[in-house]
Design a protein around this ligand. Structure first.
Ligand code: 5AD
Length: 357
């Protein structure tokens, strides 16, 4: 007996993650799409992504811009460059600007606060930050400057696995869930997420990950496939060491990513879920659309100038690396149209919508 899709338990999530029957999965896709429509509507919110720095002090074993990642030209955008991207986002009608970067102490608290204030004043857009693990003083300053949201994926609920793929920076202990909760208290909307199919991620772990999204009532949840980067430790010996036995190891494929997204929509019905760039790298023709039809209601088109975008290869083959922001924005808007959905107007803040009887 398959668990009913309504009122899923953590073990129900686990059973559905392992499901392979196409007809049964068809029911999962339909239910996720229905719940998405009933609870967050047909609007697809567009968030313009600006990759502001590729400097990083971390040594994450999966990431192409880790401190130890081979010879890589590093960049940090200037205030004016970031602002020019934000204006472009406003001109496309994007309600949110996302500033993302490596964990870069050179990106100082006051610098980011100044950029946030300027973007707010000029565009009125909602501002999401995704700048890694920062101290509370910076986070408070950025919130006061007008930042609305913060993205920080916890990557996995398996603490031992987390330490292996995300080594601590000397003198600190990484506590991303703790930081997320503190940011919620500061008044941020908080977003998190995981990669699908990192070596050592088991079906059980992934069910716990999804259940954690629900337990913490996350406002935004990004789920994308793990894409092994050449020259990263996790793609080599470390990955081989960490991989779970085949029956337990989660594959890093599109089907599993879509199952995790659909199940997340069912257990966190009114959260914001992006159809991620990583999914569209795995399936350039249909990945983004598949995500939007199986629970997602957000897309994050890239506004980073192409000369920097090529240097922000956190994973290989990041979609549309050479496409201009205009071309990309137009393509995304056309896709939303072709699905019979609308592009969101306004900031696309998470609204806690009660279930309809
Ligand atoms: N494959 C897929 N996603 C990745 N990320 C980092 N490296 C990779 C990779 N190799 C994701 C992480 C991080 C987010 C910004 O990008 O989950 O939190």
């Amino acid at each position: 007996m398959r668990p009913a899709l309504d009122g899923l338990s953590r073990d129900g999530v686990l059973a559905w993650l392992r499901e392979r029957d196409e007809e049964a999965l068809g029911a999962l896709w339909r239910r996720a799409d229905q719940v998405r429509r009933a609870r967050v509507g047909d609007a697809v919110h567009l968030r313009g992504l600006v990759e502001v720095t590729n400097y990083c002090v971390r040594h994450c074993a999966y990431c192409g811009i880790a401190a130890c990642a081979g010879p890589l030209r590093r960049y940090r955008m200037t205030h004016d460059e970031i602002l020019a991207c934000a204006r472009q986002g406003r001109d496309f009608g994007f309600g949110t600007i996302v500033l993302q970067g490596g964990e870069d102490p050179g990106l100082t608290g006051p610098f980011v606060a100044g950029v946030v204030r300027a973007i707010k004043a000029e565009t009125g857009a909602a501002i999401t930050l995704s700048l890694g693990e920062r101290d509370d003083a910076d986070l408070r300053e950025w919130r006061r400057a007008g930042a609305d949201r913060y993205l920080l994926r916890f990557e996995t609920t398996d603490a031992a696995l987390y330490r292996r793929i995300h080594p601590d920076v000397a003198g600190t202990v990484s506590d991303r869930l703790g930081q997320l909760l503190r940011m919620r208290d500061m008044g941020y909307e908080i977003g998190t997420g995981v990669m699908i199919g990192i070596p050592g991620q088991t079906w059980d772990t992934l069910a716990d990950d999804i259940w954690t999204f629900r337990d913490y009532d996350m406002d935004m949840i990004g789920i994308g496939p793990y894409l092994p980067g050449p020259r990263t430790p996790l793609a080599g010996a470390l990955g081989a060491e960490l991989a779970a036995p085949p029956a337990d190891q989660v594959p890093n494929d599109e089907l599993t990513t879509l199952k995790a997204m659909a199940l997340t929509r069912l257990v966190c019905p009114d959260t914001n879920i992006p159809s991620t760039t990583a999914l569209s790298v795995l399936d350039p023709a249909a990945g983004r659309a598949n995500g939007l039809c199986r629970g997602a209601n957000v897309v994050m088109p890239n506004l980073t100038p192409p000369e920097y975008r090529v240097l922000y290869e956190i994973y290989p083959g990041k979609a549309a690396v050479h496409e201009t922001a205009d071309a990309l924005a137009e393509r995304v808007i056309a896709l939303v149209d072709s699905l019979g959905r609308t592009t969101g107007s306004g900031p696309g803040t998470r609204l806690r919508t009660p279930p309809r009887n």
